[in-house]
Design a protein around this ligand. Structure first.
Ligand code: CA
Length: 758
């Protein structure tokens, strides 16, 4: 009966309004067909892209739909229309809907993959992009600045999209307010899956930015709700809010390095968000700057970040700040948040000669702060009398200045059905306000409720050793042959004997090469200028081997391992354990590792290994010499190893520039012996090791003999440098320079001994 009425109504409508109501569905199978269909498109029409791969398709989707009769562009089957090659999507007009497309295996020729405008004058309004995938749609040049989604216009919605694996420089998604037509926009960004974004190693790795400093005093009214941010590690801002009256509600941040930063703009609401750090390095929470900010009912657990990357950071401002500096925190509210096992809450953070305006007229109440080890997470950098503390509960002792606003009590926490921890049982104390911490009604969005259900969300997996074990026999190029057949995660297990390699071994997958038995020697020699070249997607682990340079060509500048010559999108890992590297000395400047500009290692780790007779450097990580804040590796770790007669540097680690957008680089040297390192006449640094702009260094319990000095150059940020319990024999004192700051003695130096045997 209902169907009949519906039919009659439609029939009646089409009889009365024959042109506008005759919604057409046009299936198109090529680009010319699409363009033809677009020319005659009317309100209510749908253009359907036939399933298959569309290559080099710059989609301009423009039209004038109406609220009840939008114009739709969709895939014949959601997920079965692949847009590849040199492709992008622009929307212009109103009441447009795009859905079901997958952007992969290509990149945009312009500065955006999806843009809510045709050009600077023709924008999209009241339009929606939903159930679209952008996966690894990266320009092959890592530092070519590009964004994936640019929102312009007003009243647009971006929802249920899957956006993952951005590896190039540039914010993943931005809301622009650059003309009045894009301000007070009331956009909605909801239920999206923002998948993994690897460490960029430079500024420009934000996942979402709303506004820019230039328009930051303009209101945006953008709502960012129920999105899932999964391992968004690009740089120290996951979200950078830079405009007024935005709302960030109900989002989940899963093991993401960085913070939701209220960098500019006032009247922001940050409510019902959940952060799970899992104790991972630099996982942070919420950073508060500017006026009338509300931070309410957020749950933050297992966040290890510190300084500006802490779980909760309230900044100092600059008096009469310029628009692009730090505005004072005023009239803000921080209430009913729960922080569990999160390491750092920073108040009046960034206090210095310039940032001297302390937070004022701000409330901090009904927050619950607990940690397993009953540790006080607060660091207070300046006068915090402008923050009123009231009815907070903590299971640690806190600073005298703020103590009156806390009830200190021991608490047992239990996990509730929503996956969050609450006091269990609730402490019966008359002093405790029952309304502390997050509400029991807070219900974090499930990962599966974001993005699309027809495109897999990337799992967390180990880089190495998850494939087959392949036995390899000694001989000429047996290793090269085995590698050709190997798949990602495979282990090449080498029987004892001599392996000669006549060609460069190219790696575009994760491979482990190990001795079958640790006690039986495996010796590898090679005849080209490099034994291994790590290419995009490559990762290498060496275990229990001896590598000699004695068969290498008699020319300068060989390497055991190098990265591909051109820029590389994917970060790589290099692990060396229980390995001997000897006689890289057939000619000068023979390095163990040489990298190219535009390449980036997540981690380089050398453990329990021995290096001897080397005419170049061990780790040459100094190819980003433009001082743009770019560098070559995030973590370099050397433990329990020895380096003997190395003419170049043990490590030449360079991070230039003055911006503070990266957490790294990090360096660790522990339990290691250096003898005769750095003395080669070609070693320009005149040192055994250079750490320039490294943010975290730990040099501990090493023995350094007959070597040139260690050199540490502090540049920006507040680098953490610990040099402790090292013994220096016949080695000049280490040199620490503060290059751009007037601070002195910021390094922790203790228990270092200097001996002179001569
Ligand atoms: Ca940034």
């Amino acid at each position: 009966m209902f169907k009949l009425i519906q039919f009659l109504l439609i029939f009646l409508a089409s009889a009365l309004f024959p042109t506008s109501a005759h919604a057409e569905e046009k299936l198109v199978s090529d680009i010319a067909g699409y363009q033809k269909a677009l020319k005659s498109v009317e309100a209510g029409d749908t253009i359907v892209l036939e399933n298959g791969t569309w290559t080099d398709f710059e989609i301009l989707f423009e039209g004038q739909g109406t609220e009840t009769q939008p114009i739709t562009l969709k895939a014949q089957t959601a997920g079965k229309v692949i847009i590849s090659g040199q492709s992008n999507l622009r929307l212009a007009g109103k009441h447009l809907i795009v859905s079901g497309l997958v952007f992969k295996d290509g990149y945009t020729p312009t500065s955006a993959v999806i843009s809510f405008r045709k050009n600077k004058d023709e924008l999209a309004n009241h339009s929606r992009v939903t159930e679209v995938v952008i996966d690894g749609f990266n320009n092959p040049e890592r530092y070519e600045n590009e964004s994936w989604v640019m929102m312009y216009g007003q009243y647009n919605r971006f929802d249920h999209n899957h956006i993952a694996n951005k590896k190039t420089k540039g914010v993943t998604m931005a809301v622009r307010l650059n003309t009045p037509e894009s301000q007070e926009n009331y956009h909605r960004i909801d239920n999206n899956y923002f998948g993994p974004r690897q460490i960029l190693g430079s500024n420009g790795g934000e996942t979402l930015r709303v506004g820019t400093s230039h328009y930051s005093l303009t209101d945006s009214y953008t709502t960012v709700e129920n999105n899932y941010f999964d391992r968004c590690d690009g740089e120290l801002e996951i979200i950078s809010n830079k405009a007024g009256k935005n709302r960030f509600i109900g989002n989940v941040f899963y093991q993401s390095r960085g913070t939701l930063t209220m960098r500019h703009g006032n009247d922001t609401l940050v409510e019902n968000n959940v952060f799970f750090g899992n104790g991972a390095d630099h996982t942070g929470g919420i950073r508060v700057i500017n006026k009338r900010q509300t931070i309410r009912n957020n749950y933050l657990e297992g966040l290890a970040g510190y300084r500006f990357g802490g779980a909760l950071v309230v900044m100092n401002g600059v008096p009469n700040s310029k628009i692009n500096r730090y505005h004072q925190v005023e009239d803000s509210i921080i209430e009913n948040n729960t922080l569990v096992n999160s390491d750092h809450i920073q108040l009046a953070a960034g206090s210095d000669f310039e940032r001297s305006a302390v937070p004022i007229r701000t409330r901090f109440n009904n927050n619950l702060i607990v940690s397993k080890d009953q540790r006080d997470p607060f660091t207070i950098y300046d006068d915090v009398s402008g923050i009123a503390f009231d009815s907070n509960v903590i299971n640690a002792s806190v600073d005298e200045q703020i103590k009156a606003g806390f009830v200190q009590t021991s608490l047992t926490m239990g996990k509730a059905d929503n996956g969050l921890q609450y006091p269990s049982p609730y402490p019966e104390s008359s002093e405790i306000d029952k309304d502390i911490g997050v509400s029991s009604a807070l219900s974090p969005i499930e990962k599966s409720a974001t993005g699309v259900n027809w495109y897999a969300k990337p799992a967390e997996s180990a880089t190495f050793d998850h494939g087959r074990v392949v036995r390899v026999k000694p001989g000429l190029d047996t290793l090269a042959d085995a590698l050709k057949e190997a798949k990602d995660g495979d282990v090449l297990s080498l029987r004892a004997g001599q392996y000669a390699v006549s060609r460069i071994l190219f790696l575009d997958k994760a491979i482990t090469i190990k001795a079958t038995k640790a006690s039986k020697p495996v010796e590898i020699s090679f005849e080209r200028g490099a034994l291994f070249e790590i290419q995009d997607g490559g990762n290498l682990k060496l275990s229990g081997l001896t590598i000699t340079g004695e068969q290498s060509p008699d020319s300068a500048g060989n390497s055991v391992i190098r990265t591909q010559r051109r820029s590389m999108l994917s970060n790589y890992r290099l692990e060396i354990e229980d390995t001997r590297v000897i006689d890289l000395d057939i000619n000068h400047s023979f390095n163990f590792l040489s990298v190219s500009k535009g390449t980036f290692a997540d981690e380089i780790k050398i453990t329990n290994s021995e290096f001897k007779n080397i005419t170049g450097a061990i780790l040459s990580l100094d190819k980003e010499a433009d001082d743009l804040g770019i560098y070559n590796a995030e973590y370099v770790i050397i433990r329990d190893s020895s380096f003997d007669s190395v003419q170049g540097d043990l490590v030449d680690f360079y991070r230039g520039g003055t911006d503070e957008s990266t957490f790294g680089p990090h360096f660790e040297l522990i339990g290691t012996e250096l003898n005769n390192v750095g003395q080669g006449k070609r070693n320009k640094s005149k040192s055994s090791m250079v750490l320039h702009g490294v943010q975290v260094s730990n040099i501990h319990s090493n023995t350094i003999k007959n070597s040139l000095p260690l050199r540490v150059n502090h540049t920006v940020g507040e680098p953490v440098t610990r040099i402790t319990k090292n013994a220096f024999t016949d080695t000049p004192e280490l040199v620490i320079q503060e290059l751009y700051s007037d601070k002195t003695d910021t390094a922790e130096l203790s228990d270092n001994r200097y001996l002179n045997s001569k």
